[in-house]
Design a protein around this ligand. Structure first.
Ligand code: DX5
Ligand code: ZN
Length: 228
């Protein structure tokens, strides 16, 4: 772990990085919502970008990231659930995304898309749908800083955690350690104070409803950060 990779700092201390997903926030009050989870202890802000093609839902794009960049100092962690992400990666980089994660199923040129993110100076992430075998992204492990294991079908917040995806997290941890890499493992979908117990091998948790839906968001983040 090195100081020029600031996103690793907390992970190396042994706790989880917590990335609340603004998909479950009140979009009419986005700045206040982000300020609130920042005070509550969030490490990153997870931005779910959907195009209505790769997933059956539409959300937000680079203009919103550009506006959020002006109102938060937390890293903006952009999860692109869009076809041909290479077309839009320059926009997200320009908008101030700190990390960009693309789906291995979303482009015929995965390596090229990852390279664009790398050249733009952002944290490089790759992910996969629950139905995609982990083997499909293992060839890219040396090219990335983060692997996101989806524990729900991408597209919507508030779905139930898929326990059959846990083996991917375990296998990834073995693979990363065996290759001596410094790749972060992130999990996304149905993460709660209960389900987090199954993904102890992860470094970073994305949580939408468990954080934004909680009455006490600081308590919700604390419950995710450290579980017994
Ligand atoms: C789903 C998104 C997730 C979603 C998680 O496609 O990638 O980030 O917001 O929401 P919860 O934590 O409610 O499952
Ligand atoms: Zn996400």
């Amino acid at each position: 772990m090195s100081e020029n990779k600031p996103w690793e700092r907390k992970a190396k201390l042994g706790g989880f990085l917590i990335a609340p997903s603004i998909l479950s926030a009140d979009f009419a009050r986005l700045k206040e919502e982000i300020d609130d989870v920042t005070t509550a202890g969030a490490d990153w802000i997870h931005v779910d970008v959907m195009d209505g093609h790769f997933v059956p839902n539409l959300t937000i794009g680079a203009p919103v990231v550009k506006s959020l960049r002006k109102v938060t100092t937390l890293p903006l962690d952009c999860h692109l659930m869009i076809d041909n992400p290479e077309k839009y990666i320059p926009d997200f980089l320009k908008a101030g995304a700190d990390g960009i994660t693309i789906h291995v199923e979303s482009t015929p040129d995965v390596a090229g898309a990852l390279q664009r993110i790398r050249h733009g100076g952002a944290r490089v992430g790759i992910t996969l749908r629950p139905g995609t075998p982990l083997e499909e992204l293992l060839p890219y492990l040396e090219q990335v800083d983060l692997v996101l294991v989806m524990t729900v079908e991408p597209g919507f917040g508030g779905q139930s955690f898929m326990p059959d995806q846990v083996r991917k997290v375990t296998r990834l941890r073995q693979e990363i350690d065996a290759r001596g890499l410094r790749v972060l493992i992130q999990v996304d979908g149905g993460i709660t104070a209960e389900t987090v117990k199954q993904v102890a091998d992860a470094d970073c948790l994305v949580a939408g409803s468990a954080v934004f839906g909680a009455k006490n968001r600081a308590a919700a983040i604390a419950a995710l950060s450290r579980f017994e």
